[in-house]
Design a protein. Structure first.
Length: 146
């Protein structure tokens, strides 16, 4: 059983899983030691704790935080998979070294001048790893050094 809020993972047997899967199950009839373990790992929560509201509040904190930035980079529209269902027109070409320099400067300014504590770099596009050595690796490495 996984609790996303606490990032806790707990292995339970099938019998306990069945007992917990029943809506409004009587968890207080469980062995005290098992109940404590379930509670400690967030599988069983106090009735006055609304985990959904906590998750939504955490999302809003991250969403409106000034100390966090997320940048998505599209190094190419080209793709080497040629999936039969794909409707995209693939374009040759990828980011130039000048583009890489501009992206790095943007990231540097965002992190340093923006006083960013949490920075997330995402890769997107046709198939970004087609240009791993030319684009993805240099940018990823430099951003880690900032």
């Amino acid at each position: 059983v996984y609790n996303q809020l606490r990032s806790s993972l707990l292995e339970i047997d099938e019998e306990l899983f069945r007992r917990l899967s029943v809506p409004d199950s009587e968890v207080d009839t469980l062995d005290e030691e098992i109940l404590e373990e379930l509670h400690a790992n967030g599988v069983v929560c106090d009735t006055n704790l609304n985990e959904e509201n906590i998750i939504l509040a955490n999302c809003n904190i991250r969403r409106f935080s000034n100390d966090m930035a997320r940048v998505t980079i599209l190094p190419t529209l080209d793709c080497n998979f040629h999936c039969w269902y794909c409707y995209e027109n693939h374009h040759d070409g990828f980011m130039t070294s000048e583009d890489v320099a501009k992206v790095l400067e943007f990231c540097r300014k965002t992190i340093i001048d923006g006083k960013i504590k949490h920075f997330q770099l995402d890769w997107f596009g046709g198939e970004p790893l087609m240009y791993f050595q030319e684009v993805v690796y240099p940018i990823s490495k430099k951003v880690q050094e900032i």
